[in-house]
Design a binder for this molecule. Structure first.
Ligand code: HEC
Ligand code: HEC
Length: 255
């Protein structure tokens, strides 16, 4: 199915990921001091495979919620019930009172904002914004004129944004549409928005766009281009305090 050179490339990428991960783990100087009881809790966490369904600092499985700050949310009565009879898709684990106490200590001691919050890699859950959402709220705050706003709405609610990302070319090669106004004429834009460029990875829009929708999309792209600098600055400002400082995250849980 794949070319041999592609397989080699893929293998090289996987090996590189492994090396980067190993370096991060072994050069980790973030010291999260845990009490003896919490260390027992951490052992139970791994032995009971909690990480298959839960994340710590955003890493792990995604069936259940991130547990980095669970101690602030889950009281002890609920924890007892979770670790004995389970809840929803969380299985019954029949922890005894000593084990519950250890797990409780572990969850309490890792719940430290100065070390890092949960779900970091998915953005701060309290604001619920990722790059895309920051970009969209920047657009809304700039109050585009009516036709442009309708074009933005067509773009935002269609499949478009699964391939086109703000201010960058996405991995599938979909270009940054805020600079399209400099590259393409109106005629060329109509052509792309009608037939796509299937050979280059841009599918013909489904459902087909009406003439009115195409007009609005085009005015949106030109407006985007005219306001690019301001929108880009605003998008980054909204993202600013949400970047993850990788060095400050503890990697020890994988040791
Ligand atoms: C098979 C997947 C699975 C495993 C394994 C699992 N959980 Fe869960 N856990 C869940 C799901 C799903 C929920 C959400 C349950 C609900 O909302 O009713 C949950 C909820 C929780 C919550 C409440 C979190 C909150 O914010 O409300 C805690 C605490 C918790 N689990 C701890 C653990 C611990 C500790 C372990 C290991 C001993 C574990 N879980 C193992 C799936 C799992
Ligand atoms: C499956 C991914 C995908 C989807 C969905 C998609 N595009 Fe594209 N789009 C692309 C790719 C890839 C290109 C670059 C094609 C090329 O290199 O000629 C592109 C090119 C374009 C261009 C030309 C940009 C330029 O500067 O050359 C426009 C305009 C465009 N897309 C608009 C849209 C709109 C509007 C939608 C939603 C209705 C949409 N696209 C949905 C992948 C996608």
């Amino acid at each position: 199915m794949f070319e041999p050179s592609f397989k080699k490339g893929l293998l090289a990428v996987l090996v590189l990921c492994f090396l980067v991960q190993s370096v991060l783990v072994y050069t980790d100087h973030v010291d999260l001091e845990l009490s003896a009881k919490a260390i027992e809790g951490r052992r139970l966490y791994h032995e009971s495979a909690c990480q298959v369904c839960h994340q710590l600092w955003g890493q792990g499985g995604f069936l259940g919620p991130d547990l980095t700050n669970a101690a602030s949310r889950v009281d002890e009565t609920r924890l007892v019930s979770l670790l004995t009879v389970g809840s929803g898709q969380m299985p019954a684990l029949s922890f005894n009172p000593r084990q519950i106490d250890q797990m409780n200590a572990f969850l309490k001691e890792i719940d430290r904002r100065d070390i890092g919050g949960g779900e970091l890699r998915m953005g701060d859950p309290s604001t619920g914004t990722n790059v895309q959402e920051a970009f969209e709220s920047a657009i809304i705050d700039l109050v585009p004129p009516t036709g442009t706003a309708a074009g933005f709405e067509t773009f935002r609610t269609g499949m478009c944004k699964s391939c086109h990302f703000p201010f960058q070319t996405s991995i599938v090669g979909a270009p940054d549409l805020s600079t399209t106004g400099e590259r393409l004429s109106e005629t060329e834009l109509i052509e792309v928005l009608t037939s796509g460029r299937p050979e280059a990875g841009m599918p013909p829009p489904v459902p087909e766009l009406s003439t009115g929708q195409i007009d609005d999309l085009i005015s949106y792209f030109f407006w985007l281009n005219a306001n690019r600098a301001e929108l880009e600055g605003d998008t980054h400002a909204r993202q600013e305090d949400r970047t993850v400082n990788w060095r400050s995250l503890p990697w020890w849980e994988y040791r």
